[in-house]
Design a protein around this ligand. Sequence first.
Ligand SMILES: Cc1cc2nc3c(=O)[nH]c(=O)nc-3n(C[C@H](O)[C@H](O)[C@H](O)COP(=O)(O)OP(=O)(O)OC[C@H]3O[C@@H](n4cnc5c(N)ncnc54)[C@H](O)[C@@H]3O)c2cc1C
Length: 617
Amino acid sequence: MPIVTAAQFISTKFDYIIVGGGTSGLTLAARLSEDPKVNVGVVEAGGDVFHTPQIDIPGMMGSLIADPTYDWCFPSVPQTHSHNRVVLQPRGKGLGGSTLINLMAMLRPCKDEFDVLEEIGNKGWNWESLLACMKKSETAIPSNLSPEVSQEFAVPSDYVPHGTQGPIIKSFPFRWSKLHSLVVDTAVALGLPRTFKTGSGSTVGVSSSFKSVNPKTATRCSSASSYYEPNASRPNLLVLTHAHVTKVILQAENDGSQRAVGVEFSIGGTRSSVIGVKKEVVLSAGTFQTPQILELSGIGNPDLLAKHGIASVINLPGVGENLQDHISIQSIAEVDSSHETLEVLADPEQLKLHTELYKTQEGLFTTSAAVGFLFASAEQIGSKDKVSQWQAQADVHSAKAMAAISDPTLKEGLKKQYDIQKRWFSDVEQPQAEIILATAQWPNPDLIPTPGKRYVTMFTALLHPLSRGSVHISSSDPIAHPAIDPNYFGHEADLDLFVESLELTLKIYETPPFAETYRGLVIPRPEALEGLSKEERRNYLKSYIKDRCSPIWHPVGTASMLPREQGGVVDSKLKVYGTTNLRVVDLSILPLELSTHLQTTAYAVGEKAAEIFKTLV
Ligand SMILES: Cc1cc2nc3c(=O)[nH]c(=O)nc-3n(C[C@H](O)[C@H](O)[C@H](O)COP(=O)(O)OP(=O)(O)OC[C@H]3O[C@@H](n4cnc5c(N)ncnc54)[C@H](O)[C@@H]3O)c2cc1C
């Protein structure tokens, strides 16, 4: 039975209710409902349309960011260390969640990033087990490129670590731009090798990424089209859309723990509830809204809840804390006008041509414009000496950050995390910065591409920020946006590493062979950089970063899977502490940011949760 009415939904007795039909949520729903005896209900706040040209067509990627039908369009709170800017925090809304609006890169983290999950107390969470989950979620389509072309674009050729039977189809781009191979060659010239092992947990270097695109149709694979749509006729999988969950209904057990018996939701302002859940209530509302629902249900820091008139049910100070995200900065450059970047579509004739070509899976619309990915370790960004200098400085600021935390459990958890981050900092296998090549000028309200000119955008991203932010309710009104504070550069050491990472990006433009096609910077403005001393340039770039930085949309950490005495919110079976059957299954459980794009991991978390749930009695 596919999408149902509220009346049908309420009258059903569910084994599982999943809040949020996004990436991990639909993965879990599809796996649990494989057993026809199990009734699964999904409650999604957004709508049920998951095929539109803007979603399906890879070349239109990015066009739904800030569209309120598909994006929650959350603002951050003003960022104290970033010129008090309010920064947009996009999150997908609707069946499919963030996979409706994401940029479709399918990448994996480093092996150690999954292995530390077990090291910090989560038995069974390690590279080996999560590799199996990633493989289960995907079908990798080998590229049909010759060995020479694969080498040119650093396209991995080892398919052993990839899945062959899973719902998400991942493939390589249909079209390859010369700009991309120029970036690969330039990165190599700068000491960043081509890497072909990214699927095996080793990512440092430059490579091409899979995309969640079905090459037969040249369309996006989202969690909705891949995990839900093929299973929509299952009578035991019921989906309620346009229903905003406002809280979990909890009942006290004799031993003092809380049992989740259902959820309350609002449809267009009318409140209803579904109760009588036999097994588990699962929050899969994402890193910003899962902690919001927990707090609205009385689970969190009691002082914070009291400020909003919410009675404390479970004292869990980690809820909404430990927020980490990849902060990024754009640089845009003009390149030789012979390149076919997305700017060609400004010409009506070319637009018509590429629209026609797409009908036979050809042309610019078949491929997303973000193609090349470069991952650099601290030593590749700076030098051995610089790394020691940064580390010494990071130690000082980390001590300050910990001293500012009053809750001993949160302090203990952060100390553990900083110890791991310190280890990664000097690890040449662990990337600290990423550079993404997009063959177009990324839309910016204050920049208008000059007709006839061609551009590239390079996003530079900080992968393991030391800054920690938070997400908390801003009001007891469940429909109000949560207060999202990523706290960019709250830890001063982040800015130092970030500015050096931006310098590495700027060096790419000016280093051969890329230099041969480079026609000058658009941003940062070249005239502002002219004649500056080294120190002045550094200060200017720091200010530029604070003026323009934005996330690349990978928030984690706000319902961390950590021991309770280290500020954890869920245990290794994803159960919220103090409850018998309330679980979290989304990326909020990751206690430490990964050095990769996160959809692959979100699917793996859904698959892993399904395995765990099937073992519960
Ligand atoms: C613009 C953008 C670009 C990205 N690009 C990439 C990329 O190229 N590659 C990559 O790997 N990753 C990318 N990501 C990240 C990746 O897509 C996400 O990290 C991942 O999909 C998150 O999965 P999730 O299950 O945690 O949450 P989501 O998929 O966001 O799901 C949460 C769901 O819960 C619903 N929900 C929230 N609150 C409620 C409520 N109160 N009641 C009911 N339902 C609710 C939401 O509407 C949503 O459907 C991108 C993300 C964004 C936003």
